[in-house]
Design a protein around this ligand. Structure first.
Ligand SMILES: Cc1ncc(COP(=O)(O)O)c(C=O)c1O
Length: 411
């Protein structure tokens, strides 16, 4: 990991984000809800706008020059994402709406092809609902069973339990890379290695990881990796499913329509090869182009700097928060990405977030789409502050000051 970014560099990064220049009610925006969604640098906003102003046409289906320009831009975006993940072949990159759609796609297609009565899908107790509910629906349709890897009180996966649950009935392991409610970084390389030793493919939910650490699907030997563009400085409505070619080729289509066929008659339809087999209809071309620009933007800063900066904020924030009376941090995994979740004795998380909002500090409060995890940890809700590359120690100081004020309101 590199050296923390000098504060002058963070100030330059902040200048790239127009929304951070805004002042609401005379207060600067202190945005600490990056795990929910990140803001967009000007280069991404400009790229999307230039696409519509100069290059927009429909992809894959026209001979005129705008159709060709749009197709080129879209396929270049696919290659950029492939490079970002170090995919062996960019045809293993499928554009979808986001992590949620990517998981639903795998649940419907891989699930339909490979899960039968009595087969098992292994997920973990720290999953986001979008890596729980699609598998429950898959099990309802196929007669499969969902099994759950438990977590420790600190918010780490119980690897001993994982090994014990990995029986010959398991057909897929689906776990998160970074837990959105805790920040725990899971040992996904070990998980993949152990699952593969049993012949079981693995899906990694990278929604909370990709903006914070490099991901190399070849080094990981990963079968499926999913993420959303809006959590990595890109547009909403665009996301990625990476799938190993050998698996994608065996999977039936997700949705039917234009663009996913090789030939159609009223007697039957032949399907296109991946990735187009899984991209029915007009795709979100502007989103894909904007996402590629976001990945270039992040690459221009570099993950060494990003990780060092965010880890420094995490350590600074954890120390500052632990000094607040009545505050308890939730999630103390040894390996964590930039998320700090906490509860305050006797005060509901929503009330804390409301008081923070009136001080101009944006955090998330609630169950974070992780109700089973909240039940496991014995808390109805938490407050979550989550960091991005543009956050500073000043943002954390503002959070801590506002919490001290909130404490005097509630005490
Ligand atoms: C770990 C995790 N997985 C999946 C998702 C779903 O992402 P999206 O709503 O962009 O599809 C989220 C969103 O918060 C998440 O944190």
């Amino acid at each position: 990991m590199g050296v923390a970014m000098p504060s002058a560099d963070v100030r330059l990064v902040r200048k790239d984000f127009p929304i951070l220049q805004r002042r609401g009610d005379g207060q600067p925006l202190v945005y600490l809800d990056n795990a929910a969604t990140t803001h967009k640098p000007q280069s991404v906003i400009d790229r999307v706008s230039r696409y519509y102003a100069e290059e927009h046409g429909n992809v894959r289906r026209g001979v005129h020059r705008l159709a060709a320009a749009a197709t080129d831009a879209y396929e270049e975006a696919r290659a950029t994402v492939g490079g970002f993940l170090n995919a062996p072949d960019s045809r293993e990159v499928i554009f979808v709406r986001g992590a949620t759609e990517a998981i639903n796609l795998v649940a419907h297609t891989f699930g339909r092809a490979h899960i039968g009565r009595g087969d098992e899908i292994l997920i973990s107790e720290m999953e986001h609902h979008s890596n729980i509910v699609p598998w429950q629906m898959c099990c309802q349709e196929t007669g499969g069973r969902l099994r759950v890897i438990p977590v420790t009180d600190a918010g780490e996966l119980r690897m001993d339990a994982f090994a014990a649950l990995l029986t010959d009935r398991v057909r897929l392991v689906a776990v998160t890379h970074v837990a959105n409610a805790l920040g725990s970084i899971n040992p996904i390389a070990d998980i993949i290695r152990i699952a593969h030793a049993h012949g079981v493919p693995v899906l990694i939910d990278g929604a909370q990881a990709v903006a914070h650490m490099p991901v190399d699907v070849q080094a990981l030997d990963c079968d499926f990796y999913v993420f959303s563009g809006h959590k990595i400085y890109g547009p909403t409505g665009i996301g990625v499913l990476y799938g190993r070619s050998g698996l994608l080729e065996q999977m039936p289509p997700y949705q039917g329509g234009g663009g996913m066929i090789s030939d159609v008659t009223f007697d039957g339809t032949g399907y296109a090869e991946p990735p187009h087999r899984f991209e029915a209809g007009t795709p979100h071309v502007a989103g894909a182009v904007g996402l590629a620009e976001a990945l270039r933007y992040l690459g221009s800063i570099g993950f060494d700097q990003v990780q060092a900066h965010e880890q420094e904020l995490l350590a600074y924030g954890a120390d500052a928060l632990s000094r607040i009376p009545g505050l308890r941090l939730i999630g103390e995994a040894r390996d964590r990405a930039g998320i700090l979740a906490f509860v305050i004795d006797g005060v509901h998380a929503h009330d804390v977030a409301t008081v923070l909002d009136s001080a101009g500090v944006a955090v998330r409060a609630g169950h974070h789409c992780c109700q089973p995890l909240m039940t496991r940890l014995g808390v109805p809700a938490t407050v979550r502050a989550s960091f991005a590359v543009y956050n500073t120690r000043d943002d954390i100081d503002a959070l801590v000051d506002a919490l001290h004020d909130a404490w005097s309101v509630f005490a």
